[in-house]
Write a protein of this length. Structure first.
Length: 230
């Protein structure tokens, strides 16, 4: 969500939010996590809950000015006022740390003895919760939980940080640990001809030479050679 309610009850946009302050969902009232990255800024519910809250907020609080009457009717009928019948969830006797019971499907996954398990489910179907208790039930085994970016890692740490046998990493940090670390002395940011001229005390008319030096350095960076002969 892009908005949340602060401690004073006012609606605040994510770009106007501040760290170390409590924010709650304007629809359900649950506490929200502030995710303020470089590319994406948003409020998120705990463990993927509250997926319908953003839609409900757009419909009843902010979306009426941006939606046509026909669009509003469709959204209300298909998502907000729609009643589902004949759907039942069979709960198991597996009780979570929060006091609620997991489903039979979750229990069967947690107690599975298979070496490889593929779980396919929609967003908000408690996949993360299932994985948490799967790892918790196997304290003698080590698990790697891969996420796409640092914002997702921060959110995953809040869940799996309670377990000592789970390591949460981004794909990039995993690659650096097993590959990039061996080339850390060769890694550098953009290093152009102007930087080479300045660092080597060359004349500005030697730009062509500096470009060739830069190409040589680039080939070295991409090679498996660890040292250059003097």
């Amino acid at each position: 969500m892009k908005v949340a309610r602060n401690i004073n009850g006012l609606i605040v946009n994510i770009t106007n939010s501040v760290p170390n302050m409590e924010y709650k969902c304007p629809v359900c009232g649950d506490s929200l996590t502030r995710n303020f990255g470089v590319l994406k800024q948003y409020f998120s519910h705990f463990k993927g809950t509250g997926e319908e809250c953003e839609l409900k907020y757009k419909i009843f609080e902010n979306g009426e000015s941006n939606l046509k009457d026909s669009d509003l009717d469709i959204l209300k009928r298909e998502y907000y006022d729609k009643k589902f019948e004949g759907i039942s969830t069979e709960l198991s006797d597996y009780k979570s740390d929060e006091g609620f019971f997991l489903t039979e499907q979750q229990k069967s996954i947690i107690n599975s003895t298979e070496d490889k398990i593929v779980v396919s489910a929609l967003a908000g179907s408690s996949k993360t919760t299932t994985m948490y208790y799967y790892c918790k039930a196997r304290p003698c085994k080590e698990f790697l939980y891969l996420v796409y970016n640092s914002s997702m890692k921060k959110e995953a740490d809040m869940t799996f940080g309670k377990l000592r046998n789970v390591e949460v990493r981004t794909i990039h940090s995993l690659a650096y640990k097993y590959v990039g670390a061996f080339y850390k002395d060769k890694l550098t940011f953009n290093y152009g001809a102007i930087d080479i001229i300045k660092d080597l005390g060359m004349r500005w008319t030697d730009q062509e030479i500096a470009i060739k030096v830069g190409l040589m350095m680039k080939e070295y960076m991409l090679s498996n050679v660890m040292f250059l002969a003097s």
